[in-house]
Design a binder for this molecule. Structure first.
Ligand SMILES: Nc1ncnc2c1ncn2[C@@H]1O[C@H](COP(=O)(O)OP(=O)(O)O)[C@@H](O)[C@H]1O
Ligand SMILES: [Mg+2]
Length: 274
């Protein structure tokens, strides 16, 4: 087994008295999609904020390319090749596509004694990189990001990560707010990134999306890793049950069954008065 690109061992995270993550160990490999699954509040965003330098773990070890790492902030993580598209966007609606593609890394050109932002070049590269991911509707890098669809925004963020040579691409619920077609497009782009040898951490609570692109799966329940398995090892039903916190579903089923038997809490069918 080759060494993982990123390895977590015994990661814990508390915010004051609140324990959010408990003893998380996880391997992320180059050229693979790791799906991080779990219900709302399970700790998925907190975990990827640790990977992307937004939060520091309270304890535990994080290794990148076999070396221990500790990030003082998101820019340190991104310098090491970790690109994160946070939940609910992360792009700037009033910025042009070209600008937002290069924000913080603008191409410049000399103009007499000055160095100026090379708008034409930025626009050209941004549009070309998006085209490469199949976004062909956009031909003008001056357009505002706010005018893009949700899927196109995700594509822009992924194109940017690929262009700047990300080794690890983290996507926090990139398909959550999308329609079926747009989600399919984003999933296809995730597979393109994987094919380039990039490691992808893909967060979703859509089991079908996860099964479509995932090589490896980890399920978080109340901040702990409840399962860790590879493609083909579990069925869709098993995964859904796990995510819902298995026992709770069984309890609910038993409760519903008892209503059926006793009729308790089971309202009479409404009688229509004529
Ligand atoms: N900065 C914070 N301070 C205190 N609690 C937090 C903070 N961030 C997240 N939490 C708590 O951690 C838990 C997990 O949140 P989160 O990681 O956003 O879950 P998920 O992304 O799986 O829905 C939630 O109960 C949330 O309220
Ligand atoms: Mg979240």
């Amino acid at each position: 087994m080759k060494t993982p690109l990123l390895k977590l061992t015994g990661i814990n995270k508390s915010f004051g008295p609140i324990d959010v993550l408990h003893d998380i160990s996880l391997d992320v490999h180059a050229g693979e999609v790791l799906c991080l699954l779990g219900d709302n509040g399970a700790g998925k965003s907190t975990l990827i904020k640790i990977l992307s330098g937004v939060h520091k773990p309270s304890s535990g070890l994080m290794e990148l390319d076999n070396k221990p790492v500790s990030f003082e902030g998101p820019s340190e993580a991104s310098e090491q090749g970790i690109a994160t598209v946070h939940q609910f966007g992360g792009t700037f609606p009033l910025m042009s596509i070209g600008r937002s593609f290069f924000v913080g890394a603008e191409p410049t050109r000399r103009w007499g004694p000055f160095t100026i932002y090379d708008r034409a070049r930025a626009n050209g590269i941004a549009v070309k990189e998006m085209r490469e991911l199949g976004i062909t509707r956009i031909d003008d890098g001056d357009r505002l990001v706010g005018g893009l669809s949700g899927g196109e925004r995700q594509a822009l963020a992924i194109a940017r990560a690929v262009h700047f040579g990300a080794k690890l691409l983290i996507l926090d619920e990139p398909t959550a707010a999308l329609g079926v077609k747009e989600a399919a497009h984003v999933l296809r782009i995730v597979l393109q990134a994987r094919q380039k040898g990039i490691a992808v951490v893909f967060i979703t609570h859509n089991v079908i999306h996860a099964l479509t692109v995932g090589d490896h799966f980890a399920v978080l329940i109340r901040g702990a890793k409840a399962a860790d398995f590879r493609k083909g090892e579990k069925s869709r039903e098993e995964i859904t049950d796990l995510m819902a916190g298995g026992e709770q579903m069984a309890e609910l089923e038993a409760e519903i069954e008892s209503y059926m038997v006793t009729g308790e809490g089971h309202p009479e069918p409404a009688k229509h008065a004529h």
